[in-house]
Design a protein around this ligand. Structure first.
Ligand SMILES: O=P(O)(O)O[C@H]1O[C@H](CO)[C@@H](O)[C@H]1O
Ligand SMILES: O=c1cc[nH]c(=O)[nH]1
Length: 226
């Protein structure tokens, strides 16, 4: 079971703040990975970098070389609908993408990039129990942070997507290809429609709130009692 933020420094932060006895197990290219325990059960956390190619390397190797069976991304995103507020937690049950990776997995046919249902249900239940503002639905994983298609957000919003980020569709593709289970939780750090951005201290607090939801999911998967 591995929690995966994009930012390797967030991996260090999660390990030091939330794991018991965290041990750094890799720092190659400064992509930090840690293993420790949470409520007495083994839990790891590792950064995956920015974009689907970077995520795909780390997620694939965690599953195929290190035997990880469950990957939970804990990331940030930009909301594209005005009714998705800053700091809310998105449970990304599906992801569209402008990346070609999943088509390459599927003989150029469409791949339904979806979360593991049990993980998603546990996340929604935990978020509601913990009083978080939660939204459930599809996001768009783009290869561009600065996208050249200026009407893209309007199209995504019309098609019901909640937010943009850069890795979820790749994570769900890796999980499907290698038989793992995956979920992405995303904190809304930017409200693209309203031009709002979290301050550094607001980022910290709201990421903690999402991570606590992810830890509840991990705990229920691991059979760890409070
Ligand atoms: O906060 P993380 O997890 O890195 O996620 C988002 O932030 C990065 C862009 O700033 C991309 O990786 C995007 O998906
Ligand atoms: O990919 C991302 C992540 C956070 N905010 C954005 O606008 N895009």
């Amino acid at each position: 079971m591995v929690l995966m933020p994009g930012d390797p420094l967030r991996a260090r932060y999660i390990a030091e703040r939330f794991l018991e006895s965290p041990r750094e197990v890799t720092a190659v290219r400064n992509m930090y990975g840690f293993t420790g325990t949470f409520r007495g059960k083994r839990l790891s956390v590792m950064g995956h970098g920015m974009g689907i190619p970077s995520l795909s390397i780390y997620a694939t190797e965690l599953v195929t070389e290190y035997g990880a069976r469950v990957l939970i991304r804990v990331g940030s995103c930009g909301a594209i609908r005005k009714d998705v507020p800053m700091r809310s937690v998105i449970v990304a049950t599906g992801a569209g993408t402008d990346s070609k990776v999943n088509r390459m997995r599927m003989l150029d046919h469409d791949f339904p990039a979806v979360a593991d249902f049990t993980l998603a249900r546990r996340a929604v239940e935990a978020a509601e129990r913990m009083g978080r503002t939660v939204r459930v639905g599809s996001v768009f994983s783009t290869d561009f942070f600065y996208h050249p298609q200026k009407n893209l957000l309007d199209v995504l919003e019309r098609m019901g997507m909640l937010a943009v980020e850069m890795e979820v569709a790749g994570l769900y593709g890796v999980a499907a290809e290698f038989g793992a289970r995956a979920l992405a939780l995303l904190t809304v750090s930017d409200q693209i429609r309203l031009g709002e951005h979290l301050s550094p201290s607001e980022r910290q607090t709201s990421f903690d709130e999402m991570i606590e939801v992810a830890l509840e999911v991990a705990a229920s998967e691991l059979g760890a009692t409070p």
